[in-house]
Design a protein around this ligand. Structure first.
Ligand code: GTP
Ligand code: MG
Length: 379
């Protein structure tokens, strides 16, 4: 297999040189932009490192230069003709070629985004893994730099764990709540994220494992069956239960529950764009002294949805956060990016529908290791 470097004033020019020299099956290993100082100011250009197809065949004779075409179109054309590109002999060749094409596709995506290849230290496999988990590009670049700094002090088998620790270090997490300092906890969040179920899990743990006296109160008087759902959990835990229709009533109920160690207050799901409903929640926060607020945010949403939820609910005095449905998350890297960006005071994660078992205190290293699970890396 031949590996050579080609330069050109444009990326298209450099890629044409690759094609002329190594043929249609050439594999792009790396691309980067160049800036060389000159008398009349700096000149820019591009370098492409490419190899011949991995069958050790000699490079084909140079062809006459074809008319200049858009290099992206050239590559797209090649991606659409996988069968012609390698003269497949068997399934192994096929798989190998598939991997190479996937690598070229990712290169193409990076180039079309104007990004430089961030894989110098990460290598293709780790970059693929981080990209598949949708880790933000700036975090991928930081991982690359971290590996570069570590240099050869790391053995190959230690690279994933090193990166998991690096990512964990960059993921702000508050950890388990000190329940002695949190008597009245109101859980807010969008509709259907798992607020009521999360309350049942937290309360269940406090009652069954920590032997605390807990009460459940709901101010969700909108959804049919909402209070029944919480009441059913209260009965299972043998805990007091009440419904409050107004802040004044909630104040009264909390005063009557003075012998309970902790009181959970469930709320109706709020569409983050529904300002009137959020205003109502702000009224409860203002009028009920000592009320602490926990945001329930789903681990399943995209970056902009997550940002919208945090932004809208941050008009409430959020002191705690629980990340729900972690078991349904398909992009651990994206989640880490959201957590780092919004700096949620994350206490707990929930990992399934089973009450009270499917939750635990948030652990940054565990969240970061999710990026490297085989399912994530194979995505
Ligand atoms: N997979 C999964 N499902 C969950 C989890 N937590 C809750 N659910 C499910 O999500 C659904 C909604 O849960 P609820 O607790 O009723 O959600 P909510 O936020 O109270 O809903 P509203 O009160 O209608 O806004 C239920 O089917 C739960 O079983 C979790 O961690 N993983
Ligand atoms: Mg609910």
């Amino acid at each position: 297999m031949i590996v050579r470097s080609y330069t050109g004033r444009t990326m298209g020019e450099a890629l044409e040189k690759v094609r002329n020299d190594l043929g249609d099956n050439a594999l792009i290993i790396e691309t980067r932009s160049l800036r060389t100082p000159g008398l009349l100011g700096s000149r820019s250009g591009y370098e492409v490192v490419a190899s011949s197809a991995p069958d050790d065949s000699p490079a084909p004779a140079p062809k006459p230069a074809p008319a200049a075409t858009d290099w992206r179109q050239d590559l797209i054309g090649e991606l659409r003709r996988p069968g012609q590109a390698a003269g497949l002999q068997n399934a192994q060749d096929d798989r190998h070629l598939g991997d190479e094409l996937a690598a070229i596709r990712r290169q193409l995506a990076r180039l079309s985004l104007g990004q430089h290849t961030p894989t110098a230290s990460l290598g293709e496999e780790l970059t693929t893994c981080l990209e598949a988990g949708d880790l933000p590009p700036e975090l991928i670049a930081e991982c690359d730099q971290a590996l570069q700094r570590a240099g050869d002090r790391l053995k190959p088998g230690q690279r994933q764990e090193f990166l998991a620790r690096f990512l964990a270090h960059n993921t702000p997490v508050a950890g388990a709540i000190d329940w002695n300092g949190c008597r009245h906890l109101m859980v807010v969040g969008p509709t259907g994220v798992g607020k009521t179920t999360s309350i049942a899990k937290l309360a269940g743990d406090l009652v069954l494992r920590q032997r605390r006296r807990v009460a459940l109160v709901t101010i969700d008087t909108y959804r049919v069956g909402a209070s029944d759902q919480l009441q059913a959990y209260a009965e299972l835990l043998d805990a007091p239960f009440a419904v409050a229709h107004t802040p004044a009533k909630l104040k009264e109920i909390l005063a009557s529950l003075h012998d309970c160690d902790n009181v959970f207050i469930d709320t109706a799901g709020r569409n983050p764009r529904d300002e009137a409903r959020l205003q109502e929640l702000r009224g409860y926060c203002r009028q009920v002294p000592g009320l602490q607020v926990m945001l329930a945010a789903p681990a399943t949403c995209g970056r902009s949805e997550f940002a919208g939820i945090v932004e809208r609910f941050s008009t409430l005095p959020i002191e705690h956060a629980i990340l729900t449905k972690l078991d349904e998350n398909l992009a651990a890297g994206r989640l880490l990016g959201c957590l780092r960006r919004h700096r949620l005071p994350l206490n707990y994660v929930t990992t399934g529908q089973e009450v009270p078992h499917d939750f635990h205190a948030a652990d940054p290293l565990e969240l970061a290791r999710m990026v490297f699970t085989p399912e994530m890396c194979a995505a």
